[in-house]
Design a protein around this ligand. Sequence first.
Ligand code: NAI
Ligand code: MG
Length: 332
Amino acid sequence: MTKTITVFRGDGIGPEITDAVLDILKAANAPLDFEIFDVGAAVYEKTGSFIPQEGFDSFEKNKVLLKSPITTPIGSGFKSLNVTLRQKYDLWANIRPALSNPALPTRFENVDLVTFRENTEDLYIGEEIEIDADTVHAIKKITRKASERIIKEAFEYALKNGRHKVTCIHKANILKKSDGMFLRIFEEIAKSYPQIEADSMIVDAACMNLVMHPERFDVLVMPNLYGDILSDLTSGLIGGLGLLPSCNRGDSYAMYEAVHGSAPDIAGQNLANPSALLLSACMMLDDLHEEESASKIRNALDQVFQEGKVLTKDLGGQASTSEFVAEIKSRL
Ligand code: NAI
Ligand code: MG
């Protein structure tokens, strides 16, 4: 059955990679209809809001959103639209699978790990309090409810996907109450999953271990800030930001997006790698029980990687976005 999804084209490289991905989804005959909206800085200049009301309405109706990156102006008083969307729709689980592709040259082999990032609280609640002209306090919020649901989600995922280990990443040695509670909840929940190995690691040690022995990690679960930082790190393990997809999911809504941002340095030049957004669309197809379309697209992408002749610059090639897309389409 054809499913209607909402699409936000984003800004920076957003429109280019969105059009590329829609083109491939159509060529693969994925059973999808699209309601497409321009969002971001250009829309703000015209209308005074970053996302048109019709865009929100469409997402609320369809419940599934394929979203391209949106630029967040720094220091201008605007709250990040990405954070806003995650909080407004309670997209509490941010799932980011990093899988190395043997065909792509990277420093590491056999990376196959999945980050579960708590997506609604921690420092991202944006409560920064000016105590005086020279002092700011930022609030790190950790709750039992949000911690429990993301940790359970990570263990359930491990169980259903034949994974063997879940690692909790924290800084409970310093943040004894906030991260301390997150870690205690992890240890409590781990008892209900005796089949799955459970261990924990302090976030700084985790950074070192991830770049020394990434193959030792399996499923990782952590509060919001560490998840933001470590998942960019894990993208580096598999060949860069152009390859890392994600799903932001709650009880009612799901939003699929690349982990990377709007890449203003290469925007509008037909250089962007659309793979991360394409793989996010494949995660979406899997969740919509359209696994056949998803694997058709993943296979085509894999073939292009294996050939290694038509690759975008970030992957060491010379191809433009459109040449790369044409190559994928020819393998469908
Ligand atoms: P970025 O991820 O946009 O770019 C970092 C570097 O990676 C740049 O050199 C860029 O050219 C490269 N890169 C990223 N994606 C690529 C792709 N698909 N193909 C080839 N190269 C790629 O991070 P940056 O520059 O820190 O952020 C730019 C803007 O994006 C900021 O306003 C930031 O707030 C926003 N952002 C939005 C996100 C979202 O919408 N989910 C996530 C992260 C950042
Ligand atoms: Mg990030």
